[in-house]
Design a protein around this ligand. Structure first.
Ligand SMILES: O=C(O)c1cc(=O)[nH]c(=O)n1[C@@H]1O[C@H](COP(=O)(O)O)[C@@H](O)[C@H]1O
Length: 244
């Protein structure tokens, strides 16, 4: 296996879905040099707050803070201001909060130097058509992602979270510039679990993903470092030659 290239290291985000710092930090340290980006989600952030963010920043990691904000525009704008001093690079909010909420968040971030880039979550990768229908949405997941994605980019966010199945469709409508961050990544040998719309790392990169979010296929692997190396190799071989 070749040594990881910087271009592929920047394309992978490790989801730190752990209950405490004392479980998350050793997992990160075991992957020293193989991981540039980590995602702190609700489980870890609600338990540890900014202290875990500070610990990860001290280890020179880039942070994706996945809080999936969804509230009235004034409240979400305030939450964006509160997060902006933390030093995180990416922050999520739900596209289904609507254009006014997204605009208020984007306007708040634009006024603060060093604010995170905002990512609108379209349709969760754990949802299939029947889950979506249960919420009253009769479109297919791809149709709903296309609608929410265009609306969110028009409202001023920097990028979207979508599944690998919708990347090509979104690139046709929003172009190459917005970030497309893609969870629901499953190498061919990994268990799917609660995810529904899954693709392999290579497929997501070939379709135009900016970065991939991967949790359990790494954290629950018998050898997490080997799992990361194999994903990085897959990313590297799928990147266009000019980007390697
Ligand atoms: O916003 C996210 O990061 C997210 C959006 C989405 O639609 N689906 C999704 O799985 N995620 C996150 O991506 C990670 C996926 O983890 P694994 O399924 O373990 O690889 C989890 O931390 C989820 O919270």
């Amino acid at each position: 296996m070749s040594s990881p290239q910087i271009q592929s290291l920047d394309r992978l985000i490790l989801a730190l879905d752990y209950p405490t710092q004392s479980t998350a930090l050793p997992a990160v340290e075991a992957l020293n040099g193989l991981i540039y980006w980590v995602k702190v989600g609700l489980e870890l952030y609600l338990a540890e707050g900014r202290s875990v963010v500070d610990s990860l920043l001290q280890r020179k990691l880039n942070i994706f803070l996945d809080l999936k904000l969804h509230d009235i525009p004034n409240t979400v704008a305030g939450a964006v201001r509160s997060v902006s001093g933390l030093g995180v690079g990416l922050l999520t909010l739900h596209a289904s909060g609507g254009p006014q909420m997204l605009e208020a968040a984007a306007n708040a971030a634009a006024k603060i130097p060093g604010a995170p880039k905002l990512l609108a979550v379209t349709v969760l990768t754990s949802m299939d058509r029947s889950q979506l229908a249960a919420t009253g949405v009769t479109r297919t997941p791809a149709e709903q992602v296309a609608l929410l994605g265009k609306m969110a980019i028009d409202a001023g966010v920097d990028g979207l979270v979508c599944s690998g199945e919708e990347i090509a469709l979104l690139r046709e409508t929003i172009g190459d510039e917005p970030l497309l961050i893609v969870p629901g990544i499953r190498p061919a040998t990994s268990e799917v679990g609660d995810q529904r719309r899954v693709v392999t790392p290579a497929s997501a990169i070939r379709s135009g993903a900016s970065r991939l979010v991967v949790g359990r296929p790494i954290t629950q692997a018998p050898d997490p470092a080997a799992a990361v190396r194999s994903i990085l190799d897959e990313i590297d071989s799928a990147l266009p030659a000019l980007q390697r």
